[in-house]
Structures are given as structure tokens and as C-alpha cells.
Design a protein around this ligand. Structure first.
Ligand SMILES: Nc1ncnc2c1ncn2[C@@H]1O[C@H](COP(=O)(O)OP(=O)(O)O)[C@@H](O)[C@H]1O
Ligand SMILES: [Mg+2]
Length: 366
């Protein structure tokens, strides 16, 4: 192993990348600490792959710089950077054995044969594929092939492993298994991971911190909890999980709906005045009889049930508020045993503390 250096493993500092006159990565600054698992999350076209390629040296920024373990590598080619990349396509050599695929980079670096054998064995054990040493990659499943690609990328212990939607080609069940597997591998090797995905669930499950990208810029950086419970913009709130939105007018610590119903605002939003968007998550809402008392910590609005959908572990109830807005309630099946029928009128309750408040302005900036 290289001598450990204090400070971050990877830093983007004011990185901008322009393609055909358009900035596809915009002033990105991000510091990745040793051993972190960072997920870069964003919709297709938001600049995730470009950001990763800039870290790898496959693209060069128009502005800003990249530091790897404190060293400026902005203009260095990929082979001079102590990083490796795993792509969605496995890109294994079909005519070579699994072991030779993993050994490839070490051989090119002229690492002694005995050391190669030892390292390859270790890397294949890490991904649970030591049995497949002599196999051709073509005989392996998609999940197994991706694990070979992972072993190949980790065998020379890079400072940072870059992963660009590595699980996207796998079907859902295998993908879920690989998410857990990848997390275990990360913990075992302790290498810094920068993992790109457009799948919010994948990011929530896997990452220590999530970086939400939108149109080339970082919209929010935080733990899964922070991103989910305290999104800083409506974009983040909408992109990560589902949200109910209500348009309202804020004054004196409350937001008033068009029918006069009041939503109490959380402490940090008491100062709000004028048009706002109120958000709350479907699973944070519960239904109560129409004459139930609204507790001091709760918000409550009346609504009519428009549909009830049983989905096994959860039940989804769609409701229409008296002013016409639509909201959704999701709860575990056991909570909804006494669920009123479609057409019934109920009280929708959720905690003031889980009420999100944003500006109503179309720019969506808060
Ligand atoms: N080599 C390139 N030349 C021109 N435009 C590019 C190039 N690579 C990416 N883009 C554009 O940059 C934007 C971001 O692309 P990308 O980083 O691949 O996004 P993501 O990985 O988030 O889907 C897209 O609009 C894409 O079309
Ligand atoms: Mg991409």
C-alpha cells in the first residue's frame, strides 16, 4: 500500500466542462475523504459520467482542477492517475480466463509473477469468484462478469475506484444482491468509491454521502438521511423519493390553502411570507377519522379518498383535498386495517416537523 497521506483522496475544485458551447459540468467542487462511498445521483444527461471521466482523465476540464491525494492531476492522462473505472459494460477480454483478465493490468506494469498470482487470488476471493479462476468470462452470468470487472479494477488498489452505473445492465433481483455485495466489498477493501447512478434507491442504499446533480451542477451533498429528510430544493425532494405538493400562501407561521385550511410551518420556516410550496412524504402521512383531534405537533387536512391500492407490504391511498389538490398516503398494511372505503372522508395527518417548505418561484431556488 502507498503511504497514507492526511487529507482527502479526491478533490474537484471549481470544475467546469464545456461541450459545444454548453457547460455540462458547472463549477463543481467536491471533497471526497479516504474510504468514503459517494454516490453521484442525477437524471440522465445531468453530467454524472462527464464528472467521472474528468476524475479518470478521459476528459479534461475547461476550468478548475482535480487533486488526487493532494496532488494536482488535472492535466495528467488516465494511466498516470491512481484511479480505476468500472463501467456499465464489463469490457472483459472473452479469449482470456477470469484470472488473466484480472491480472492484465499487473502484467502490463511488469509486476513479478508470484506477486501477480497472489494479488489475483486475493482480488477474486474478495468478489467471491475464486472458483472461476480458469473460466472464460463468457461462461459467467452478468453479475459474475461485473464482479470480475470489479476484481480487475481493485487488484492494484487504486486510491479511488470510479464506478459508472455498474449495475444498470443487471436485472432487478441480481442488482439488489450486487448492491449489498458491492457495499460489503467497499467495507472490506476500504478503498474510496465514487459511484454514479440515476437510481435514487440505489444511492440511498449504498452511499455514505449522496451528491445530487442537476444540469451539471451540484444541487445538494449530504447523507442519505439529510437528502431524504431535508432536501434543500424541490428538485432534490422530488428526485429522491415521492412527495406530496401543496400550493399555499404563508403568513404568521402557517400556510393557508385556497379553501382556508391551515398548514402549520416548522420552526425554521416560521418567517415565511407569500406563496410557498409545501411538501410532505406519502409515508409520513397517516389517515384518521374525520372528527379526530389534530395534535399540537401535527398538521391535518380533510380529504376524500379517491382510490385504495393494496400492494402487499404497503397500501397506497390517493386522496383529494377540499380545494381539489391530490395527495398520496402510503402506509404498511397493518396500519390500514380499518381503512375507510373509496369515497370516504378522512383527516390526513403528518408531523409539522416533516413538513417541507419551499419558495413557490418557478426557478425552484430556495
Ligand atoms: N463527448 C461529448 N461531446 C458533446 N457532448 C457530450 C459529450 N459527452 C457528454 N455530452 C453531453 O453532456 C451532457 C451530460 O452527459 P453525461 O455526463 O453523459 O450525463 P449523465 O451521465 O448524467 O447521463 C449530455 O447532454 C451529453 O449529451
Ligand atoms: Mg452517464
Amino acid at each position: 500500500m502507498t503511504a497514507s497521506i492526511d487529507g482527502p483522496d479526491l478533490e474537484f475544485s471549481g470544475v467546469t466542462k464545456i461541450f459545444s458551447g454548453r457547460a455540462v459540468v458547472r463549477r463543481v467542487s467536491l471533497t471526497v475523504q479516504p474510504g468514503e462511498f459517494i454516490a453521484v445521483l442525477g437524471p440522465s444527461g445531468s453530467g454524472k459520467s462527464t464528472l467521472l471521466k474528468i476524475a479518470a482523465g478521459f476528459e479534461f476540464p475547461d476550468e478548475g482542477c482535480i487533486l488526487l491525494r493532494g496532488k494536482d492531476v488535472t492535466t495528467e492522462p488516465p494511466y498516470r492517475r491512481n484511479v480505476n473505472t468500472v463501467f456499465q459494460s464489463y469490457a472483459l477480454f472473452p479469449h482470456m480466463s477470469v484470472a488473466d483478465n484480472v491480472a492484465y493490468g499487473l502484467r502490463r506494469k511488469k509486476v513479478p509473477q508470484t506477486e501477480i498470482a497472489h494479488k489475483v487470488k486475493e482480488a477474486l476471493a474478495l468478489v467471491g469468484l475464486h472458483r472461476f479462476w480458469d473460466n472464460s468470462p463468457t461462461t459467467l452470468s452478468g453479475g459474475e462478469q461485473q464482479r470480475v470487472a470489479l476484481a480487475r479494477a481493485l487488484v492494484n488498489r487504486p486510491a479511488v475506484l470510479l464506478l459508472d452505473e455498474p449495475l444498470s445492465a443487471l436485472d432487478l433481483k441480481i442488482r439488489r444482491r450486487m448492491q449489498i455485495e458491492l457495499k460489503r466489498i467497499h467495507q472490506e477493501v476500504g478503498t474510496t468509491f465514487l459511484f454514479v447512478t440515476h437510481d435514487q434507491e440505489e444511492a440511498l442504499v449504498m452511499a455514505d454521502r449522496i451528491v445530487v446533480m442537476r444540469e451539471g451542477a451540484l444541487e445538494q451533498v449530504g447523507t442519505a438521511r439529510e437528502i431524504y429528510d431535508a432536501p434543500v430544493t424541490p428538485f432534490v425532494a422530488d428526485f429522491v423519493g415521492e412527495l406530496n405538493w401543496l400550493d399555499a400562501n404563508a403568513s404568521s407561521g402557517a400556510a393557508i390553502l385556497s379553501d382556508g385550511a391551515q398548514i402549520k410551518l416548522p420552526e425554521a420556516s416560521q418567517h415565511r411570507r407569500g406563496p410557498v410550496r409545501i411538501g410532505f412524504r406519502p409515508e409520513k402521512m397517516r389517515l384518521a377519522p374525520i372528527d379526530a383531534v389534530i395534535g399540537p405537533q401535527d398538521n391535518g387536512v380533510r380529504a376524500t379518498i379517491t382510490s385504495v391500492t393494496f400492494q402487499g407490504p404497503i397500501t397506497t391511498v390517493d386522496l383529494r383535498l377540499t380545494d381539489g389538490m391530490i395527495v398520496r398516503c402510503q402506509s404498511s398494511a397493518t396500519d390500514t386495517i380499518e381503512l375507510p372505503e373509496k369515497g370516504g372522508t378522512v383527516l390526513c395527518l403528518w408531523q409539522i416537523g416533516s413538513t417541507l417548505v419551499f419558495d413557490a418561484s418557478p426557478t425552484e431556488q430556495t
